[in-house]
Design a binder for this molecule. Structure first.
Ligand code: LAN
Length: 665
């Protein structure tokens, strides 16, 4: 075969590229065997933390305040606004919160950037136009009136579980945010305004505070904040719920508040105080400050935010999107290194063995072996055998983290001559089998509980697909790969169940492929991510590379490859749900594109060689790659940064390419 010069030179240069990347990755391993990096991107988290600190009268001293302000300054957009995340268009919600946070941290209202921010949000309706979560937070500071928020009655927790709108049927992140919110709403929890807060009341609105008729703004959301506009039912529903709030039974309210506080305790207990995510971690802090001012729980939550969620990037401070991403990043790094080890490209095998062993031990320790306490009472599912996104302490596993954790554990065991404990593999298999959704796909944290129709009640304005734990192509693909990996360790009974699960999972993947051959990525930006997983999942389910649907997936990738050999996508693809156009190639998306081609059996095609050459051209002298873009996303609108993706995905792609490019098709 006649190969262009670039392809030939790519073939000869790949061994040192793999070795350099593997050493760079090994060097960045943490002492506990994990990989982790600052997990930032959403811009509503740091202001929410500052608000919690103000509620608890624990605003930070000057140097810390300055570093928090620096982060907010870095993320302000040209037009003076803040988006809900990095790279997102400006929103009143985050602009008002970022403004309030900086004022609380001591900046004067007349400072130039704050003036620009104020001009921006006043043009868009001021705080009255903020998406609902912004209003709740402002209300706790008495910067917004509880009469003007979308009602969140705590009594919903007393409904029969069968009732479709019982919060137990919501996606767990939504449920765990609305849990503390319903307590704050039910109590109308608000600080007594001091002089500073009174001043702020005048800055956030284009009308005097006393002249605002709050009830007429309950369902108001500025256009900038309405990625998912409120459904029409919210208008009459919010009126009815507000009447209930006013005239409903006090005794029932007290019972409901007690129940909600009990559920909050369960969550604290089951997560060792870490909470499922950053939003409920902040809201629990605020709840406990009102429920038991200055108590032990407040102190613990403040400490958790400080020690686990805070991250320092150079001279700025941010609040992370999860307390860490350790299991997820370690699983991928471990798998990339295991593949690299198979290429024979690495010289210092002692160093590599040490790294792999420590990674294996870390992954090993993060398998959750127990179940939540008060399982049914706390509306939780079994967790034994599963892996979480961060670490075992937090106790909320997901299907794909389990699959990737299990896959990494097995690969790392194989690479370090350790025999995995079969009983534990089987526990993981059982968890994965339990998690399959009725549509054949796999969700994130829990099997789907509510019907898709619940999405009509999405009360957030800014996020999409938050009401139900839907199936996702990438979660499904990870699980199919994980199950195949674990198959040799399964019991005969499990094998039969795995076979059936795979048939249904395959059907789900075939069904979710779009007419253009791609899969939409729900948790990575965007089609390169989804398509890489879609193809890999179908291959794991047994389809051959020349299957027409796999071909179409690979052709989609080839059709959208940039002339320089890479791929580039932005958050707009996620928001618009279509390939809006290519943007400059990025490291991570190029690695995903190349991996998609390799899984699709096209390792030997010219496009794959050009992608590999792009990755090698852009590798830095120390073996690492530049962190050139934010490539994670959630709920279709909010970008989130996985800095380590730019290290382990290219390594895995190059190593696999090296292993497969010699194969005949
Ligand atoms: C995450 C992080 C990891 C991510 C993957 C494992 C990558 C994915 O494949 C499945 C979904 C999951 C677990 C996920 C879900 C949504 C999360 C928890 C996040 C993106 C991190 C932060 C985000 C959470 C919802 C942020 C808080 C915002 C709310 C809307 C509550």
């Amino acid at each position: 075969m006649n190969r262009p010069a670039e392809q030939l030179s790519a073939t000869t240069r790949v061994t040192p590229a793999i070795a350099g990347a593997a050493h760079a990755l090994a060097r960045s391993q943490a002492p506990d065997g994990s990989w982790r990096a600052p997990y930032t991107g959403p811009l509503f988290l740091l202001p929410a933390w500052v608000i919690a600190l103000r509620v608890c009268s624990r605003l930070p001293e000057h140097t810390v305040a300055e570093k928090m302000c620096r982060r907010l300054e870095q993320t302000q957009r040209q037009d003076g606004s803040w988006g809900i995340s990095i790279d997102a268009p400006g929103a009143v919600y985050t602009t008002v919160l970022a403004y309030v946070a900086q004022r609380l941290l001591g900046k004067p209202a007349e400072e130039t950037d704050l003036r620009r921010a104020r001009n921006w949000f006043l043009v868009h309706g001021g705080a009255l136009g903020a998406a609902p979560w912004g209003k709740y937070l402002l209300a706790t500071l008495s910067l917004y009136d509880w009469d003007g928020v979308l009602p969140v009655p705590p009594e919903s927790w007393l409904l029969p579980r069968r009732f479709p709108a019982h919060p137990a049927n919501f996606w767990c992140h939504t449920r765990m945010v609305y849990l503390p919110l319903s307590w704050l709403y039910g109590r109308r929890a608000a600080l007594m305004p001091d002089r500073n807060l009174r001043a702020l009341r005048e800055e956030l609105y284009d009308a005097p505070w006393d002249a605002i008729h709050w009830p007429s703004h309950r369902t108001r959301i500025a256009e900038t904040d309405a990625a998912e506009p409120l459904a029409d039912v919210w208008r009459p529903a919010s009126q009815a719920l507000a009447l209930w709030n006013r005239f409903g039974s006090r005794r029932l309210r007290d019972r409901a508040l007690k129940e909600v506080l009990q559920q909050i305790r369960f969550e604290d207990e089951n997560t060792q105080g870490l909470c499922l995510g950053p939003v409920n971690a902040v809201l629990h802090t605020i709840v406990w400050q009102f429920a038991d001012p200055g108590g032990l729980r407040v102190a613990r939550h403040l400490q958790t935010l400080e020690r686990e969620y805070r991250c320092d990037i150079d001279d700025a401070i941010d609040l992370q999107g999860y307390h860490n991403s350790a299991l997820w990043d370690t699983a991928f790094s471990g798998q990339a290194l295991s593949v690299a080890a198979r290429t024979g490209a690495l010289e210092d095998t002692d160093e590599l063995q040490r790294t792999l062993r420590r990674a294996r031990q870390f992954v090993d320790r993060q398998q959750i072996r127990t179940n939540p306490t008060h399982l049914h009472r706390a509306f939780r599912d079994r967790t034994d055998g599963a892996w979480p996104f961060s670490d075992a302490r937090q106790g909320w596993p997901t299907a794909d983290c389990t699959a990737e954790g299990l896959g990494a554990w097995l690969s790392l065991c194989a690479a370090t001559d350790e025999r995995p404990d079969r009983r534990r593999v089987r526990m993981a298999i059982n968890y994965l089998l339990r998690m399959q959704n009725p549509d054949g796909g796999w969700p994130t944290y829990e099997r789907q509980r509510g019907s898709d129709a619940l999405e009509k009640l999405n009360p957030s304005g800014v996020f999409r697909n938050i009401m139900v734990d839907y199936s996702w192509p990438e979660c499904t693909a990870s699980v199919l790969e994980g199950l195949m990996h674990a198959l040799p360790h399964a019991t005969a009974g499990q094998r039969r169940r795995i076979d059936r699960a795979i048939v249904r999972g395959k059907a789900y993947l075939l069904d979710t492929q779009r007419p253009d051959g791609s899969w939409y990525g729900g948790w990575g930006i965007c089609f390169t991510y989804g398509t890489m997983f879609g193809i890999a999942g179908l291959r794991a389910a047994g389809l051959p590379p020349d299957d027409p649907q796999i071909r179409r997936g690979a052709e989609f990738l080839l059709a959208h490859q940039n002339p320089d050999g890479g791929w580039g996508e932005t958050l707009h693809h996620c928001i618009e749900q279509r390939w809006v156009g290519s943007t400059p190639s990025t490291v991570v998306q190029t690695a995903w594109g190349l991996l998609g081609l390799i899984h699709g059996g096209l390792a030997r095609c010219e496009g794959a060689a050009r992608a590999a050459a792009w990755l090698m051209r852009n590798q830095q002298p120390d073996g690492s790659w530049p962190h050139d873009a934010v490539t994670g996303v959630f709920n279709q609108t909010c970008a989130i940064d996985y800095p380590l993706y730019a290290q382990h995905f290219p390594l895995r792609a190059l190593a696999l390419w090296h292993l497969h490019k010699g194969e005949t098709q």
